[in-house]
Design a protein around this ligand. Structure first.
Ligand SMILES: *Cc1c(COP(=O)(O)O)cnc(C)c1O
Length: 385
């Protein structure tokens, strides 16, 4: 099985496409713009730390690009999500709904607030939270008490819904927002992977009460490490800035902090990278969509492999390309073969409810997530310069 001729055909195609016989990583950053100039600027000005013009400019660029009214930089995407959940009103012993197929940061940020998880299934076409399954779980389990929505079984308040736009592909976010409104539960979008992805022409991350992005080294643009909170609510944006910068009340010399704050700010040094990367984002997206087109065309010849294309009504950034095998055995054999042959591939994340920290959490029917987790492989997706 390891000698499946299709496997070699695939790795050969990837080597040809990336034009190399060396090791091909899953996703590597590209610094082909003004990164060096801007980083040197911060050093020469001494403004490398938490204050500086690049932080302001980076926030402005993200707000402009996404159409969000406000953007607040944070030290990484996980911290951004932690704060976004707090600002959405999530408190210890509340419950937060999210999908089992996601990077661990989504679940961890929920834990940091002290809330408990409910894992609801994804759809096979979007790989994101399923509106139908969300709705049916809430119909069965949720009851409104005044302005609170309570889980009938546990007695806990259901405080937020956190959909994630998997690999950059937008989920059916408008329907999720509608369900959230119906049950009076705010939506916080984990758009960590979907900078540059639009659903019905509106940028992902801007549908919910708050949204977050990540600029980790493997994301579509990177600041080394970094994140961003976006919202249209001015008060929430102000509080986001305040709480991520130790909640210090501005004063010429006094150190007074009026609430529990966090040191979650993005450095000016990192933001300098961010500004330079944002200047290239449109080119990165064109090239990524072009690579996805090449992959799609190539994989059409295999009856037993499906290339994951952007869902209906959406424009994806194609951050990480993915293929789906007909069963787990073939998938595992391909993982083995490709990684041995210097083409980095990886399976989808182990589902959150299978991790030791989360294996006691509430789940509903998660058959789609299980099906995908058994069959999906991410394939090299770096921007080809
Ligand atoms: C990358 C990522 C995050 C945030 O990660 P950081 O490394 O903290 O920036 C959160 N959620 C998802 C789904 C991610 O892929």
């Amino acid at each position: 099985m390891n000698n499946d001729p299709a496997f070699k055909q695939i790795t050969d195609f990837i080597k040809e496409t990336f034009n190399t016989n060396e090791f091909i990583p899953l996703h590597e950053p590209r610094f082909v713009g003004k990164e060096k100039d801007y980083v040197i600027d911060t050093i020469e000005s001494t403004f490398v730390s938490s204050v500086g013009q690049f932080v302001i400019d980076f926030e402005k660029k993200i707000a402009e690009y996404t159409g969000a009214k406000y953007a607040v930089a944070a030290v990484n995407g996980t911290a951004a999500l932690h704060i976004a959940l707090i600002l959405a009103g999530v408190k210890p012993d509340d419950e937060v709904i999210t999908q089992p197929l996601t990077f661990v940061a989504t679940a961890n940020a929920i834990t940091y607030t002290g809330a408990k998880h409910v894992f609801i299934d994804i759809d096979k076409d979007t790989l994101g939270l399923s509106p139908e399954k969300l709705n049916s779980w809430l119909q069965k389990n949720a009851v409104k008490k005044g302005d609170r929505t309570i889980n009938k079984t546990t007695g806990r308040r259901i405080a937020a819904i956190v959909p994630m736009h998997t690999f950059g592909h937008p989920t059916r976010i408008d329907q999720i927002i509608e369900i959230g409104n119906k049950f009076n539960i705010p939506v916080v979008e984990d758009a960590a992977e979907s900078l540059g992805s639009f659903y019905k022409s509106k940028h992902t991350g801007t549908f919910g009460k708050l949204g977050i992005f990540s600029f980790n080294g493997n994301k579509i643009i990177t600041t080394g490490g970094g994140g961003m909170i976006v919202t249209d609510d001015e008060e929430l944006a102000k509080t986001a800035k305040h709480i991520t910068t130790t909640a210090k009340v501005p004063h010429p010399y006094e150190y007074f902090h009026d609430m529990l704050g966090y040191n979650y700010r993005l450095t000016n040094l990192a933001a300098a990278l961010g500004v330079a990367q944002m200047e290239q984002l449109p080119v990165f997206i064109d090239k990524k969509r072009n690579l996805a087109d090449q992959y799609r065309e190539f994989f059409e010849q295999f009856d037993e492999i499906t290339f994951v294309s952007e869902p209906k009504n959406s424009k994806s950034n194609y951050w990480l390309n993915a293929i789906i095998f007909k069963d787990k055995i073939q998938r595992d054999n391909f993982l083995e073969f490709s990684n041995k042959n210097k083409v980095m591939t990886r399976p989808a994340w182990v589902l959150m409810n299978k991790l030791p920290m989360y294996n006691n959490c509430q789940t509903d029917d998660i058959s789609n997530a299980t099906w995908i987790a058994d069959r999906l492989v991410n394939i090299p997706s770096s921007v080809i310069i």
